[in-house]
Structures are given as structure tokens and as C-alpha cells.
Design a protein around this ligand. Sequence first.
Ligand code: IMP
Ligand code: MG
Length: 177
Amino acid sequence: MSYAQSEVDVFIDVPKLNEAVARLGAQITRDYQGKEITVIAIMKGALPFAMDLLRNINGPVSLEVLGCSSYQGTETTGEVRITYDVTKPLAGRHLLVVEDIIDTGLTMKFLLENLQARHPASIKVCTLLEKPSRAKTKVQIDYKGLVIEDKFVVGYGLDFDEKYRNLPYIGVIKGTD
Ligand code: IMP
Ligand code: MG
């Protein structure tokens, strides 16, 4: 048994993830015909998903990454800070914010306000996962991979204390379910 299998139960397997990514890529390709997309991958969790999504978009795409982290106890305040910013001006661009999971929605709310202030031509949101039962604010989601119940998930970029980001699937840590 591998290290990963011994610690994490599979919750969303690789074929199901691939199917979701392919579906989102096809929708995005269709919707952005004739437009160049600036993908903004939110570090660190969304990186594996964003890279797979890029390969499923058939059209011109440029890539930016943006790091953000929540302050301690932000669940209630929604206080988020940018730890690594994009390197190009975003004015006039068609932004597609790519996130791993929308939980309370507070991170995305902050990001959208921050990005909107940079005067892009448009902003859309693509998230691999959504936990609607935990929502604290209504947030725009244009492309949604999978809706999950209120479970803490790891893998495919998502971490627990920086661990498990390297798993190829989404799982639940044994004993926490
Ligand atoms: P929100 O601000 O509550 O929507 O939280 C979004 C961020 O919290 C995500 O980008 C993740 O970094 C983290 N997060 C939320 N739920 C999970 C989870 O189940 N596993 C790992 N990280 C999570
Ligand atoms: Mg995140």
C-alpha cells in the first residue's frame, strides 16, 4: 500500500477529476471563442487543477499566479492577504480566476473585489470544488467542477498543514470522516 493510500481514503478518483476538468475546459473554450483568456491560478491549492485545465482549453491563454492566505481566524472576518501578486497589468484583460475550492466564499469575495479594482475587461470564476453548505457569502461561480458535502478534503493541490498536495486524487484523511 502506498504512503497516500495508507493515510487518505479516496473521495474523488482520478477518472472523475479528469472528466470534470475536461468538461470545464470544453465549456470555457466554447464561451471564450475569439477572446484571449488570462487565467489567474490561486496558489497554492489550485495549481495542479489550473495546469490540467489549461491543457483542456483550446484557445489563446496566458497564465498568471496569485498567492493569498487567510489570516488566523479569518473564517469570521474574511481577512485575506495577497502573498504573491501577478506580474502583469490586468486592465482590459478577460480574467478567469481558477480556485481549488470555495468553502465559506470569503477568499473569493476578497479576490474578486481586489481584481475588479484593476479594471479588467471581464472576470469569471472557475472552481474545481464547492462546499455550498459552508457558504457565508454569495459568490459568483461561472464554472463549477463538483459540489461536495461538508468534508475536509486533501489531494490534487489541496493540503492539510501543507501535506497531501501531491496526491493525484481528492481524498479524506482517515479517521476524520
Ligand atoms: P473560503 O474562503 O472559506 O471559501 O476558503 C477557501 C480556501 O480555504 C481554499 O482556497 C482552501 O485553501 C481552503 N479550504 C477550504 N476547504 C478546504 C478543504 O476541505 N481542504 C483543504 N483546504 C480547504
Ligand atoms: Mg486556496
